[in-house]
Design a protein around this ligand. Structure first.
Ligand code: NAD
Length: 250
């Protein structure tokens, strides 16, 4: 049985990593998927992955672009705000511009997306009794502190807070909102962080060492939680920060 039959799912940062894997999985579960990202060539590849995926270039830092897309798309059942970046460093390496960039991409983007798409989500919730927002947070957030994740941890804590607030405001209208908190996931940007380290071999070992299961997550370890939160299987779950971290926060 296809768990997302009849649902329209919009994903940001869908060109690679967890967003891409989620877009494909959602299409396979019967959803109509609108996959968005700033990387047009990778989106073109994704458009060929499944006939139920349509792609659209969207920079989540652009309020006008978001408003235009919401106008064009109309109602959606599921909004997966996946876009985010990692600032590497302590407070001493984070000047005001770096701080502002992290908050703009990781937090304010979600504020913009939710404001633009909430009316359509609520219209769908009125018809189906069920709409879902999934916001990408991290285990590195209010859940746990990590070295060199100063701005990142602050932004992902904010994502959990805004998700709980949205959940509280719209729980009576059939709209759920949850935050997803993965552990260390093997994605293109993680590979980039490893490659950019002074000692890439050691950096990879360090990333693996912080995962008690002795390995990194793959996107396939995380995507089932996205599908669960998107589907009506999670109909009694809202306002939660769901950890999929391979035991880091035991
Ligand atoms: P990734 O970082 O490899 O890919 C990110 C995608 O975001 C890229 O396709 C990029 O083009 C897109 N993007 C960048 N700026 C954008 C913008 N302004 N508008 C729209 N799209 C933009 O993928 P990932 O590692 O799966 O990360 C996705 C999310 O998961 C991020 O929010 C990240 O913080 C979070 N996360 C990642 C990990 C991990 O270990 N990889 C762990 C926890 C949480």
């Amino acid at each position: 049985t296809q768990r997302l039959q009849g649902k329209t799912v919009l994903v940001t940062a869908a060109a690679q990593g967890m967003g891409q894997a989620s877009a494909i999985a959602a299409a396979r579960e019967g959803a109509q998927v609108i996959a968005t990202d700033i990387n047009a060539p990778l989106l073109d590849d994704l458009a060929r992955a499944h006939p139920a995926i349509r792609t659209q270039v969207l920079d989540v830092r652009s309020a006008p672009a978001i408003a235009a897309l919401a106008q064009q798309v109309g109602n959606v059942d599921v909004l997966f705000n996946c876009a985010g970046m990692v600032h590497h460093g302590t407070v001493l390496e984070c000047d005001d511009d770096a701080w502002a960039l992290s908050f703009d991409l990781n937090v304010t983007s979600m504020h913009r997306m939710v404001r633009a798409f909430l009316p359509g989500l609520l219209r769908r919730a009125q018809v189906t009794g069920s709409a879902s927002i999934i916001n990408m947070a991290s285990m590195a957030s209010s859940v746990k502190g990590f070295p060199n994740r100063y701005a990142y941890g602050a932004t992902k804590a904010a994502v959990i807070g805004l998700s709980k607030a949205i959940a509280a405001d719209f729980v009576k209208q059939g709209l759920r909102c949850n935050a997803l908190c993965p552990g260390t996931v093997d994605t293109p940007s993680l590979r980039g962080r490893i490659a950019a380290a002074a000692d890439p071999v050691q950096a990879e070992k360090d990333f693996i060492a912080r995962q008690p299961m002795g390995r990194l997550a793959t996107v396939d370890d995380i995507v089932p939680m996205v599908i669960y939160l998107a589907s009506d299987d999670s109909r009694f779950v809202t306002g939660q920060a769901l950890l999929v971290d391979g035991g880091v926060t035991i």
